[in-house]
Structures are given as structure tokens and as C-alpha cells.
Ligand binder design. Sequence first.
Ligand code: SAM
Ligand code: SF4
Length: 332
Amino acid sequence: MSQLIDPFGRAVSYLRVSVTDRCNYRCQYCMSENMNFLPKSDLLTLEELDRLCNAFIRRGVDKIRLTGGEPLVRRNVMSLIRSLGEHVKTGNLKELTLTTNGSQLAKYAHELADCGVKRINVSLDSLNAEKFQSITRWGNLEDVLDGLAQAKDAGLEVKINTVALKDFNENEVDDIISWCGDEGFDLTFIETMPMGEIEDDRTDQYLPLSILSDRIRSQWTLEETPYKTGGPANYCKVKETGKRIGFITPLSHNFCESCNRVRLTCTGQLYMCLGQDDQKDLLSPLRMSEGDDLLMAAIDEAIGNKPKGHDFIIDRQGAAPAVARHMSVTGG
Ligand code: SAM
Ligand code: SF4
């Protein structure tokens, strides 16, 4: 079957799947404390998610990332991961991975490795227990550190995602870099993106990574690397630790030329761009027929409408987010 190529000639080979919009944390930049989650009846079943992923794999997608909300809090999610892991074993998928807050890793790390997951991204914004609890509102640092220890024990490669937040973790950056070096983790800093209503003003949280990167470069030797994921991060190697450090700068830079990804929500909506509202419903064609012809036609139509890029701006005046949905809908 033909590969998915968008109107700008970009091959779509990477699918991110938000398996749930729910989460056991309430990170301040991501969610408000009182979130209204989708009724469970609106969610695709795990079997439907599996069928959708299979359709994308047949069209040349060779990398799938599960995310959320918190992917590991969806009930029975391991059955989906085990099923998708079969494609890693046959070689149809080069990579099956997930982005997680790490709270459930102590329980699942070994099983994930057994299913064919080799690398995971774990989000962690502070190494200070009180600050960690305050930024996640409901989180417990100890759980995440236990989970990371299990991930290492299971042989999973770990990349830490840290959202750079003004007046919050600015002063911890060197500690986080050292700790990642000691633990053998790569690290990516992320700028806050204006997605969904939250209680705080985002202009208060926004810390441009250009500033952070300059500060880091004054303390550490960053060597340029050719390493690229097709995503928005620019990676360097920290000479002192030997580990990679990346900067995701959606607001400062345009990273869209090499975009190879689309995002599927847990209700079957396909978003062609994180920063745009255009979406295509795949739920109806999926449920309308047991065969995949309607689904494939819908996927083709969606890819034919993949926009050239996003236009995120954090408006100094206004509180309105660039896109109304929260990051937990599409999973970042
Ligand atoms: N719950 C999982 C986790 O936290 O890793 C997966 C989903 S979470 C939405 C994925 C990533 O998006 C996390 O690294 C999180 O820090 C980041 N994120 C959430 N909201 C964001 C925002 N408004 N701006 C930038 N990054 C955000
Ligand atoms: Fe949950 Fe991840 Fe959002 Fe934090 S960033 S509230 S862990 S979905």
C-alpha cells in the first residue's frame, strides 16, 4: 500500500496516539485542577486503537508513541502495547515508545521492555520533592524515582522531558543536567506552549529556551551533533556527561519543514499539526465498516490536508490560548 506523503512532500512515518485524556497528575502548565474529562463511552476501545494503529503501519508508519493524558493509567493499556509490540518483533515498526509521567513505571517497566519497548520519555520538572509536588499538584517524586530505577533495571533507555518554567526550575537546571549524566539519561527542555485554559497566566511561566541555552552554555560544554528525530528538538552532547541535551522551541523557531508526524486522539480524531485546530474524524469510517477501505480513504484525505506549519504565539496582552484544546488531548 502507498506511503503517506503530504502536499509538501513530507512522508508521514510517525504516529502519536493519545490513549486517554485522563491523568493522575494535574501539572500546572498542562491542566487546571478541575478538569472535565471525556465520558469513558466516548473513548475508542483498545481494540479500535489497535486497528487504527495497524492501518497506519500498513501505510508506512514505522514509529508509534503512546501518550495522553497519562498512558499508563488507562485500564488494560498493556494489552494494546503488547499487541503493537508484535510489529516491533516483525520489523514493521522500528520503534514503539511512550511518554509518561513515570508514576506507574515501577509497576510496568519490565513488562514494557518485554513487549518490545526500548526507549521511553519521562516527564520530570523538578528534583526537589516539594517543588515536584507543587508543579504536578498531585504527584510524588519518590514514585517517579522508583519508576526510573525500574526502567533502568529493565534496560529501557530513558529521556527526561523538563518543561522550562520561569521562576520555578530555572535554578535547578545544572542539577538536572548533572543528575541525568549520573543516571545515564538524555534530557530535553521544552518551552511552555499555549494550549488550553489553565488557572495561571502563561506569560508568567514562559522562559525562552534561547536564554536557558545561553546560561547552560556558560556552565557546560555543548557539542553540536547531527542527531535528529524529525521533531522539533535540536540536540547537543554535553561533553562533561556524555549525554544528549535537546531543546524544543516551538515558540522561538519554526520546526515544521521536517515534520513527519500526525496525532491521534483517544476519540479517533486525527490532528495533522499540534498547533492547528484542523482535524479529521477517523472514528466514523472505522465504525462504519469492518473493512478498512473507508478508513484508508479518510486517512488519505487527512494527510492531503496536513498544514505547512503552526503559528503559536504567546500573546503578551491576552489570556487566550493559541489552540483551545489541552496538551493532554493530543499528548504533545
Ligand atoms: N502524562 C505524560 C507526561 O507527562 O509525560 C504524557 C502526556 S504530557 C501532555 C506530554 C508532555 O507534554 C510532557 O512532557 C509535558 O510536560 C508536556 N506538556 C504538557 N503541557 C504542556 C504545555 N502547555 N507546554 C509545553 N509542554 C507541555
Ligand atoms: Fe498529566 Fe502529563 Fe499533563 Fe502532567 S503533563 S498533567 S502528567 S498529562
